[in-house]
Design a protein around this ligand. Sequence first.
Ligand code: NAI
Ligand code: MG
Length: 370
Amino acid sequence: MFRSASYRLVSCRGLATNATKNLTIGLIPGDGIGKEVIPAGRQVLENLNPKHGLSFNFIDLQAGFQTFLDTGKALPDETVKVLKEQCQGALFGAVQSPTTKVEGYSSPIVALRKALSLYANVRPVKSVSGTNDRPVDMIIIRENTEDLYIKIEKTYKDPATGTRVAEATKRITEVATRRIATIALDIALQRLKNNGQATLTVTHKSNVLSQSDGLFREICKDVYESNKNKYGGITYNEQIVDSMVYRMFREPECFDVVVAPNLYGDILSDGAAALVGSLGVVPSANVGPEIVIGEPCHGSAPDIAGKGIANPIATIRSTALMLEFLGFNAAAQDIHQAVDANIREGRVKTADLGGDATTQQVTDDILARL
Ligand code: NAI
Ligand code: MG
């Protein structure tokens, strides 16, 4: 289990002294199954063991494609303002982004990560012991603010052929790479303390993109090499992204902490979800200096939305991750244990894991174990 107890990365309002145990949490369900799984995260927080002494105020917030259709804005200013000024943490469901360009629409989660400086997306992918053919215990640290996701794109007519050309800018900066490499190494250091060993794998494609991915690779290595006194116990590896995918499926046990630019991190973590049974069980935390936003790795799943059968576990684990990064590790571990017990027993599970339980039945089973 991923533990970050001794290392709180955020200095949220009111948490500076750790005296505050009343937390204000923004709830942003978004679209599709986001609306069905976020209530599970809320119920888990409401049912935490009183021994943790935590209490919560919840604020319902809007974002998503439906919000765009209703108001003309996918991410209302009010949502950002409330998150910035009032919340220590938040839970984000998923948004349904159209695959073709819709004038004026842009994905609100990408914008939110930028607006709140949520520079790291931390994605643990872990099997529950005894339930997987091969144990998987990796944690993908995805850079969250740049790369191709800065969304600078243009389409123009090639004068030579008269046909369209589309271009996108991939931006890698030294500043963002340095901070993502640092948090990845800090997490590896935590795992070194917990497990007695840790490996950082830097994922890139600098054999082709020698400048952009080349800079990513160079800076990650520099952060490690320049801080050998601190990180020297961690094994440092590099892996080109395409063979990374191959190796991840062939030998998942070889990977521990993986750091990747935004796009590769996104793709790798969805792929890694297949190693542990379903996208419906893989959580993430968007981490920055001010606030932590828990967010399941999956999208709005239009194919199952509205049926009440979405797996709530990714969201419930994201809720625990949010608490971990806010420094409430004991409460987080209770949630992880309840989820692991549900998976290990394998009796109450949703269709993605081969069962027939509803979202609420799985949530209730986990609540009963808390
Ligand atoms: P998806 O993650 O929504 O679904 C992929 C597959 O996994 C589907 O078969 C779905 O039913 C299944 N699945 C996902 N979560 C599940 C859960 N909790 N329980 C059971 N089954 C689950 O990815 P897809 O289909 O590529 O994208 C759908 C929409 O989601 C798109 O509009 C996309 O833009 C959006 N999206 C939003 C994200 C976000 O808000 N952070 C992230 C990824 C996609
Ligand atoms: Mg994704």
